[in-house]
Write a protein that binds this ligand. Sequence first.
Ligand code: THU
Length: 276
Amino acid sequence: MDSKPLSLRLPSETRSWLQRFSRGRATLSGMAARLLEEARRRTLFPGISFADTPKGRRATIEGSNTLVATVWQYQQTTHADAIALTDHFGWALQQSIAAITYASAFPDEIAADAADLPSLALSTHPSNPSSPTDSDSDPAPSIRISHPFSSLIEAAKEARLNAHAPYSRFKVGAALLGKGWKLFKGCNVENLSYGLTVCAERNAIFQALASGVSQFEAIAIVADTRHPISPCGACRQVMAEFGNFRILSATLSGEVFESTVDALLPRSRTGILDLD
Ligand code: THU
């Protein structure tokens, strides 16, 4: 990763804590950089946390002490979708989605962790379960996430930054959770010939289809508006082509409107192709 220097003043207490925390593991500045990067990722992937393992700090599911790599490995062998993961691990849907979005964003890191799993037992909480089978006895973790799909919404916020909207100046981002361990992002792409514009939602759906995924669990849509926006008619029709799934529309400030394809486009499949 490209890096640039930054010098900063820390309260003495923070500095001595950092010194103790990094002792024997990393330089002071190395650990400071690591912890800042963790803070950034925790903001981008609500529900993800980091913990010490014998091999260094690793991504975990907040509140459960389960490594993201453990969830990823379980998913790779069982092909469980977010709902099945949630059932299996006995936690909140948000945590499965957090694991999915994090692993989609850092596939190499998580695959490397998974290969290392036997040596990654969490050192801070040795008595806590870190394997799927053990975690059945894990009490329902308490998490401080306000919305069960906040990770998906964060992914849509990120996609929004890539919008090409020089004509309307209205940027929209979408993040689509495919069945299985799949996340696709989309943004609106406008054109000088206005009618050629593609909305963020359709862009995300087309990305998924191009990767061979056509079954969806949820789509998050984000725009910078006072209240959550609603997908246009064309996007609703395209969504309906692929069945019923959740639609979460959110504002940058965090207001969320939750709906479904069927609710936003009723009777979309009634009668058609039903001739005999
Ligand atoms: N737009 C979307 O991408 N998704 C929506 O749900 C509503 C509208 C885009 C299309 C166009 O580029 C801009 O927002 C203004 O309509």
